[in-house]
Design a protein around this ligand. Sequence first.
Ligand code: ITT
Length: 219
Amino acid sequence: MEKIFLVLATRNRGKTAEIRKFLKDFPVEIKNLDDFGPIPEIEEDGKTFDDNAYKKASFAARILGIPALADDSGLVVEALGGAPGVYSARYAGESATDEENTAKLLKEMEGKENRAAAFECVISIAVPTGPALTYEARCEGEITTAPRGKNGFGYDPVFYYPPLKKTFAELSLEEKISVSHRGKAMAEVRNEFDKVIIWIKQRLAEAKPPKPEHSQSHG
Ligand code: ITT
């Protein structure tokens, strides 16, 4: 089968590594934003994960001219009224590090009895002309009182997953993606990916200008 190109519209290395694992057996050549040199920043000002995932995927597909896959995700904490939610990446400030975001979360959670939280993930796959497919999933857990574990990224060290009795940062990459929000959403993408490839090829073919019936030669 002829390969298609797909750009992962993310600068997050943790996400990139997890997403790549799911698509490794398909006839698709995966690019990332760094393969294209500097491009304008995508503004993530949507009110939902869904809005932002679509914004990132459609923006990247449009300006790069190839299909794009974006992930918008975050941590939703019950005792904090759903915060940090869509602000998860910049909870402690615009260019906050994972450690700063995690420290702020633990501070906000000090003394709180209800530790229930969920990671949510929306994956959007868009073509340059605009149409997009959406997949979403969530994973329930609890916020710890101190970080534990060295793997993963973001809030993984403070997200305890009761069925495995470990934080996400204490799991291997394979273990994490077998139960996580992104893992579940990407498993749906993988299950349908043969159809997604056909869908992408059809959208790309529609967008091509029709070939002239006769070519005229001069001279
Ligand atoms: P891109 O927009 O470039 O994809 P980002 O890190 O800014 O990267 P988001 O806007 O989707 O991504 O923010 C997601 C944040 O939520 C991320 O930075 C983490 O802090 C957190 N997060 C999402 N998935 C996570 C996971 O699997 N483990 C730990 N933290 C996660």
